[in-house]
Design a protein around this ligand. Structure first.
Ligand SMILES: NC(=O)c1ccc[n+]([C@@H]2O[C@H](COP(=O)([O-])OP(=O)(O)OC[C@H]3O[C@@H](n4cnc5c(N)ncnc54)[C@H](OP(=O)(O)O)[C@@H]3O)[C@@H](O)[C@H]2O)c1
Length: 221
């Protein structure tokens, strides 16, 4: 009862608007309405611009010969194939993942496909110190960084309520979310200098949450 009356008093204090709170509320109300209006005005042309830029990039793709490209999660799957596509176009590569043996096999094939120089840097994207180290190793080897491809990711398939220990999901976020944030943060000064690009391999699950994909549905955060 005592807690209830304290809450009531607090609520009454908040509700009794002083001229200052009144002013703040009026401003917030004004700003919120205008923000929505500005969004409605600027979002459509922005999306038209994005679509046009994307179509132009498809018709006339950037020449990546000689560019320095760091791919995370390059030891298998989509990251491995991304590395081969860059290699065919003559890009220099830094390949990152935890399994060094697999990375070396990918590096050998990328060299055969046409990459002039391939660096293998084992590392864990969930560890900020590893991310700093693999970005540093790339810049030391090639002198620059042009593209960062954030591809490393984990999939977990289960019902949320059936998971015995939800702490297990921490690893999914550590890799799928922080594993993109850490490399991007480490690479940003070099990408700014080279006016480079950042790619993030997201998932359709980020837009349309899938059943049993649980925390994987955060892949597009
Ligand atoms: N497959 C699909 O249908 C699909 C669809 C949409 C989006 N995606 C996304 O595409 C990305 C790649 O998926 P995939 O299907 O190619 O998966 P995959 O074959 O399992 O490859 C995942 C890659 O990430 C690496 N990796 C995992 N944890 C890592 C960590 N902590 N540090 C560094 N590297 C790590 C793995 O290498 P190591 O084990 O050697 O570290 C591997 O090279 C994921 O981000 C996924 O969310 C996949």
């Amino acid at each position: 009862m005592e807690m209830l009356s304290m809450l009531k008093v607090g609520y009454t204090v908040l509700r009794s608007e002083t001229p200052a709170t009144d002013l703040v509320n009026t401003f917030m109300d004004w700003a919120a309405r205008r923000s929505l209006l500005l969004l409605a005005l600027f979002m459509p042309p922005y999306y038209v611009y994005k679509l046009t830029a994307s179509a132009a990039a498809t018709v006339a793709p950037q020449d990546v010969a000689g560019k320095v490209v760091l791919v995370t999660g390059a030891s298998s799957g989509i990251g491995e194939q991304i590395a081969y596509q860059y290699a065919k176009k003559g890009a220099r590569l830094a390949l990152v993942a935890r399994r060094e043996g697999s990375l070396r096999e990918v590096a050998a094939k990328a060299t055969d496909l046409g990459s002039p120089d391939v660096l293998v840097v084992p590392g864990d994207v969930a560890r900020p110190e590893d991310c700093k180290a693999f970005v540093q190793a790339t810049v030391e080897r090639f002198g620059r960084l042009d593209h960062l491809v954030n591809n490393a990711g984990l999939v977990n398939v289960c019902w949320f309520e059936e998971m015995p220990d939800v702490a297990t999901f921490k690893q999914v976020l550590d890799v799928n979310f922080w594993g993109t944030v850490h490399p991007t943060h480490a690479a940003l000064p070099h990408l700014t200098r080279s006016r480079g690009k950042i790619f993030v391999n997201s998932s359709a699950a980020a837009v349309l949450a899938m059943p049993r994909m649980s925390f994987y549905n955060t892949r597009g955060m």
